[in-house]
Each structure stands twice: as C-alpha cells, then as structure tokens.
Ligand binder design. Structure first.
Ligand code: TEU
Length: 579
C-alpha cells in the first residue's frame, strides 16, 4: 500500500496575491488582504495555501522576476506582514507554500547587477554569458538559435561588456547559472531565510530548466522562423537531479518541506519518474503541464487545437496509472495563473451549464489520487473574460508579445486578428489572474469602489461571487466544501486507493469514467463525469456490482439506488459507492 503523508492528504488553494483582496484601496491585492480572509480560506476545508511570488520585483512578469528574495514587493506589504500571515495560518492549522523562482532572477537583482558590471566580476559566472557569433558578413549573432518562451531570441546583448546573457523568459529575467556552486549556496540561504520563518514548502518555478546542456547547442530546426525552441537542450539537463538532491539534502531535509516542482517540456514517464519516484530522494510532487495544455497547438500555445474529453481521459489515465508503478506522487490540478479557466476551456461557462459544469470539474479533482491544487475563484465557478472583450483587456506579457508578433506579420491590421483573439479568449494567462469576485458591489468587493483595479474585473461578478454562494447549499462553493470534506472522510479510497480506468467503449467518448478501490477498507467507487453538453447514458450492467449501490455524491438529481444504467445530464457527475 502507498505510504501515508500529510502532504499527500493536503488540499491546496493557490492565491495570486495581486488578485485576491486589496485592503488599502490601491487597486492591487496585498498580504493584509489575505490575512483578513483566513477564516474564509479555512471554511472551504483547504489546509494549505500556495502563494505566487510576493518578493521585491520590478513586476515585468508579475513577480516571477525577483529582485530580492528577502524583501517583499512594497505594495503587497512587508516581511513583518508575511510573518503575521504565516503565524496566523499556522494558528489555524493551515500551511503555506511559497513560490521559489530560482531558475532566473530579475535584471534588477543585486546578483545580476554585479554580474553584468564587468567580465571580471566575481559574480560574472552566476549567470550564463557567452560571446557573440558572427555571420559571413560579419554581423553579430546570438550564441545559439534558442527561442525565448515569451518570444524572440533567448539571448540578450549587453553592450558595455560585449557579451550575450541567456534569458529563457523576458530579457529582464536572466537565467542563473546553476553550475556555479557559490550561486547555489546563496540560493539555499534565501530558501532557509523563509523556512526559518515557518514556510512549509515551495512550489519550484520552472524547476527543470535549472540544468542546461553544457554546450548550449542549437535547437533542432522545425520551423522557418529565425529562432527554434531548443527545449531539448535546456529542459531536464544532465545535472538536474544533482541539483535537486543537493537542495534537498542541504536545505529541505533540515525542515519539514513540501516540494512541488513545475515541470515543463519533460513529458515521458521515464524522465518524470526520476523526480518523484520513491527512493530518489528528490521532490514530493510535480506539475506536469499537459493538463493545462490540452487545447494548445503542436507549435505553440495560441495555435488552435480544440479540447476533447479523449484528451483528459488519456492524460488522467496516464499519470494515475504511472505514479503507483514507481511509487511516486503527483498533483491534481486544472487551473493556475498561467492559463485560462478550465471551466471555460474544458467544460462550459454558459449560464445554463455553468454551475453543473464547475461541480463536475470539482468531482474530477477531488476523486483522483494526488494532491489537489485549486486556484482561488474555482470554488465559485469563476470563468474567463467573455468573448466581447477586445485585445486591450489582455495585459499579460506572454499573450501581448504573441499578439504583437502576429500583428506585425499582418501589416499591423487589427481587423485581421480574430483568430488570435479567439485563442486568447480561451488561453490567455489573464483569465487565471482575474481579481477575486467577493460580492456584487462595484469592483466586486476586491478593492474599494472608487479605486482602479490593476486589471479588468470580469463583468460577470454581479452574478458569480462569494457572497451569493456562501449561504446557498446548492452553490458551487457548497459543493466544493462537500467534496473536500468527502476526500478527507474517504481518504483511503479517494487519496490512496488504486485507480482503475474505464475504457471508452463502456462510457462513450464524452464521459470520463474510472473506479477507485481501497484494499485497506475494501471500499470501491465508480466515478462518471460527463464532459459534454448532451445527456449521456452509461450502461452500468457491466458493473453489476454497482447496482443497488449508493450515490456518494452527484451534481444532479439521481435515484437513491443505481439501476442498470446511469443517465448523466449535461456535465453531470456522479460517484457511486459500493458498500
Ligand atoms: O511558468 C513556466 C512556463 O514554462 C510558462 O511559460 C508556462 O508554460 C506558460 O506561462 C504557459 O502559458 C512559470 C510561471 O508559472 C510563470 O507565471 C512565469 O511567467 C514563468 O515561470 C517565468 O518565471
């Protein structure tokens, strides 16, 4: 049986600090705002929060460009405020994970300022500097053809010292050189700074980009564009596991740390297993990106590729099946601050379906093995900005860069951008960062009525907000609370039980179905999730043992006992428990 651990039973709530609650009317969320909502957070039944970066930063990438890990972005508050947050969370038995952004820093970080000061700086080698290349005409060229994740070359030229530095995200986010042991020690000291203050763990940003191929070779040419991905040479490089183990033994093992690695580009079971398999002594769990990328195109996020339930079946079956094979653990999530809301992309935010669909997705997340992470707002069914918002509503750098790149190739003609806008309406990172909808007052109770929120507030807040759901037993929020409580009550089954996929031939292509089984308690459950806006009938006679079983939970009216077939209404979900 799977070994039990608190971090396996945790239910995590992601808070995007800018968008949670503004306590001082400057239009930006802040730490005191979060502190004031601890009773609310606790009332949901979640027991851990993950806070996206709150550190001092010029905010070129919303804090994922850290200028100083030991101070706090002033509009969010102070280190003392964060200490108060940690202490009050702990007093309420809620743990806190911080975002650890150590693949890169801001170009305003003291380390980088020193590094760029001269070629002979003692910190020159803390970042990745290379000489230019020259073409036959003698034109200066980047050291290789890698493409930045946010567009353009992954290299930025530094005129005064005549070298390029590597920046896989924005040019203002230079990549650290993890080969340098002094740099690593300083990063560990920053981690200790927060662990000593009581932080319970980290979500490690862009974790597997920390080790690059030492020769930084050109990426495989797959498009006719000037720059190519190159990810095969900068993701999960040869020293990746050495670095994680060092971090683990030198830092994490001296505390009780929950570690969650963000794993991009690496997708195969074998490589993934290396990070979390028992006995490897590396990380507790991972975010593999595939679950939030289901509607991304093969050559880029904003290329069109529609969601189909088959995709979630494949990914869910794959990871639920893989982890037990190597005694590993994983996360369960559908939303984060880097994507559109799953409700709008994988289910439906249409008024007639919204509530049922949000509950169906909650049923999915709470009935799988792994540690669930929900994004604030998911518990009230927050959705993407509607289709009638224009390009100006989107402010995130990733989407904007892409939009402008394409706009340029179309001669700057904004009337030709409908296809790109369609994709942004689904996938832009802005949707995951919408201010929390607390009530139906002006500015949704996120900030004072007369202040200007840092980003668009979704107009649908008038109908979809915390205040309107908190006392309604039929609300999405009530359903989430019930599901979280059920997960705790049935942890042997829902957290630790084995996962048995149902073939599409049994459920039909639009329904995701699986069984959970606990050897310890002998309990068995059948989970059926309708990912379509049509009624779906699942013939349960193959599952004879479930007839006369009871419904553990459902988002629709169901018979007391189950007959030979189950009729799932649009986006219907049901968990049937065998006694
Ligand atoms: O994201 C890492 C990453 O690879 C992203 O490019 C992600 O794939 C993309 O945003 C999906 O649209 C992390 C953070 O989560 C993200 O917010 C940061 O911008 C990025 O690292 C750089 O720190």
């Amino acid at each position: 049986p799977i070994e039990k651990a608190w971090w396996k039973e945790a239910v995590v709530y992601q808070i995007y600090p800018a968008s949670f609650l503004d306590s001082n009317g400057d239009g930006l969320g802040d730490i005191p705002g979060i502190i004031s909502k601890i009773p609310y957070i606790k009332s949901l039944g979640v027991d851990t929060i993950w806070l996206s970066p709150i550190f001092a930063s010029p905010q070129k990438d919303m804090g994922y460009d850290v200028a100083d890990y030991r101070s706090i972005h002033a509009p969010y508050g102070t280190v003392a405020d964060v200490q108060k947050l940690i202490d009050e969370l702990h007093a309420n038995n809620v743990r806190i994970l911080m975002d650890l952004v150590v693949n890169h820093t801001s170009d305003q970080h003291a380390w980088f300022k020193e590094s760029r000061a001269s070629r002979s700086s003692s910190k020159r080698d803390w970042y990745i500097w290379r000489d230019p290349k020259y073409d036959e005409q003698g034109n200066r060229k980047e050291p290789n053809n890698w493409k930045s994740i946010f567009g353009g070359s992954a290299w930025a030229y530094d005129e005064p010292t005549g070298q390029y530095y590597l920046a896989l995200f924005l040019p203002s986010q230079p990549d650290l050189n993890w080969e340098n042991a002094d740099m690593r020690e300083e990063a560990y000291n920053d981690m200790r700074f927060w662990l000593d203050r009581g932080v319970d763990g980290f979500r490690i940003d862009s974790m597997n980009l920390m080790s690059k191929h030492p020769n930084l070779p050109d990426g495989k040419v797959v498009t006719d564009e000037p720059y190519q991905s190159g990810a095969e040479f900068f993701a999960s490089g040869p020293k990746m596991h050495d670095y994680i183990r060092e971090m683990r033994t030198k830092v994490f093992d001296n505390y009780e740390v929950m570690s969650v690695g963000e794993l991009g580009f690496t997708k195969d079971e074998q490589s993934v297993s290396q990070y979390v398999a028992k006995g490897r002594h590396e990380l507790n769990m991972l975010f593999t990106g595939d679950i939030v990328d289901m509607d991304f195109g093969a050559n880029g996020k904003y290329e069109r590729d529609d969601f189909h339930p088959r995709k979630i079946r494949k990914i869910t079956n794959m990871w639920q099946g893989a982890m037990p094979k190597f005694d590993g653990w994983n996360t369960v999530y559908l939303d984060n601050h880097d994507s559109g809301r799953s409700l709008s992309r994988y289910a439906s935010d249409a008024p007639e379906h919204r509530s049922t669909a949000a509950k169906m997705l909650a049923t999915y997340m709470m009935s799988l093995s792994g540690t669930p992470f929900l994004l604030a707002g998911q518990e009230i069914g927050m959705a993407n900005l509607a289709k009638n918002y224009g390009a100006e509503a989107y402010i995130d750098v990733e989407g904007k860069n892409y939009y402008n790149e394409v706009l340029q190739t179309r001669g700057g003609d904004t009337s030709k951008m409908a296809d790109v806008l369609r994709e942004m309406q689904l996938k832009s990172r802005d949707h995951g960062r919408l201010p929390m909808q607390w009530d139906d007052s002006p500015n949704a109770g996120f900030t004072t009525a007369d202040s200007k929120p840092w980003m668009t507030i979704n107009k649908d807040y008038v109908d979809w907000n915390v205040a309107s759901q908190i006392d309604d037993p039929e609300s999405i929020m009530a359903y989430w609370k019930r599901m979280i409580a059920l997960r705790k009550d049935y942890s042997d089954l829902l957290v630790y039980g084995s996962y048995i996929p149902l073939p599409e031939t049994l459920t039909g292509e639009m329904v995701l179905g699986y069984e959970r089984y606990s050897k310890t308690t002998g309990q068995r459950a059948l989970v059926l999730l309708n990912f379509s806006d049509q009624e779906q009938i699942v013939v349960a006679k193959e599952y004879a043992e479930y007839t006369d079983s009871s419904i553990l939970v459902s988002n629709q009216e169901v018979e007391e006992s189950v007959g030979s077939e189950v009729a799932l209404r649009p986006f219907g979900a049901v968990i049937i428990l065998k006694h």
